[in-house]
Design a protein around this ligand. Structure first.
Ligand SMILES: Nc1ncnc2c1ncn2[C@@H]1O[C@H](COP(=O)(O)OP(=O)(O)OP(=O)(O)O)[C@@H](O)[C@H]1O
Ligand SMILES: [Mg+2]
Length: 263
């Protein structure tokens, strides 16, 4: 990816301390703590239902934790001023692009809304980002007309065009074929390297997390079971970590047995 388009940003640190979150009687997060250093990629892994999205919602202050804190560059994530101070981009699983407008207009939206650039500058910026991500052919289309992989790249383009200091990815490789998943993983690593933005990836894709992250965490039933480098995780002697990394298909498991009298 060319470097000319991406000015380096001042990356931020994340400090998550003792987060607890319940919904009624359901306790989801049981005191989760971890740090992410500026400019690094941290992947939070965990099986379905382990609390990854709930964690992300506390981080972007969509919800308020029952206990504990999230500090972004030392600022309380719950404080509305923090969001203005720290340009944060969220790459949603679905892309969350607007289907009422073209890809070009989706990409222009942030700077138009913030009146931060002239139309001419917006055009130049879109051109360089779309060239870098090879999505020029998509510009005149609406997102609904694109394939899943192309949509994901457009979602990444929309995120980096705002020159964020922090990029959060929610399941960036789900629903992608293995080749596109690998390309998307490379893209996340390249974007982090080129822009310098701190990146937090929430995923159950082991290949993605272990392949590109500086550090990884494993969330199991709302507890952070493991935190360390990808190498430390691969060689961990924690049974539950190994079970997550190398799940065995056991057809004798009662879960898979055919029920008597089943249709
Ligand atoms: N608003 C809510 N009200 C009640 N329970 C909730 C709410 N949001 C999440 N939960 C519960 O919290 C648990 C964790 O959900 P979460 O969406 O964080 O899982 P996840 O790790 O992101 O899973 P997946 O990989 O499937 O996306 C689940 O048991 C879920 O049912
Ligand atoms: Mg989720």
């Amino acid at each position: 990816m060319p470097t000319k388009t991406n000015r380096s940003v001042e990356a931020v640190s994340i400090k998550i301390e003792n987060l607890h979150k319940s919904y009624g009687d359901t306790k989801v997060l049981h005191g989760v703590s971890f740090d992410v250093e500026p400019g690094q990629i941290f992947s939070l892994m965990g099986p379905s239902g382990s609390g990854k999205s709930v964690m992300l919602r506390q981080l972007i202050a969509l919800e308020k934790p029952d206990e504990g804190s999230v500090l972004i560059d030392g600022l309380d994530a719950q404080d509305p001023k923090t969001r203005d101070a720290i340009r944060t981009a969220l790459v949603f699983q679905s892309g969350a692009l607007m289907n009422s407008m073209t890809v070009y207009d989706n990409l222009a939206l942030y700077h138009r809304e913030h009146r931060s650039l002239s139309e001419r500058d917006i055009k130049a910026k879109i051109q360089s980002v779309t060239e870098a991500l090879s999505i020029e052919a998509a510009l005149k289309k609406i997102p609904a007309e694109l394939s899943g992989g192309m949509r994901k790249r457009v979602a990444v383009a929309r995120a980096i065009i705002m020159e964020p200091r922090l990029i959060l990815y929610d399941e960036p490789t789900s629903e992608l074929d293995p080749i596109l998943a690998a390309t998307t993983s490379e893209l996340i690593a390249t974007v982090c390297k080129e822009t310098g933005a701190t990146s937090l990836v929430v995923t159950h894709d082991r290949q993605l997390a272990l392949g590109i992250s500086n550090r990884v965490g494993l969330l199991l039933s709302g507890h952070l079971e493991f935190i360390g480098t990808p190498d430390e995780m691969r060689s961990s002697d924690d049974e539950r970590v190994q079970e997550f990394l190398n799940p065995k298909l056991d057809l004798e498991n009662p879960r898979f047995r055919k029920k008597e009298n089943a249709l």
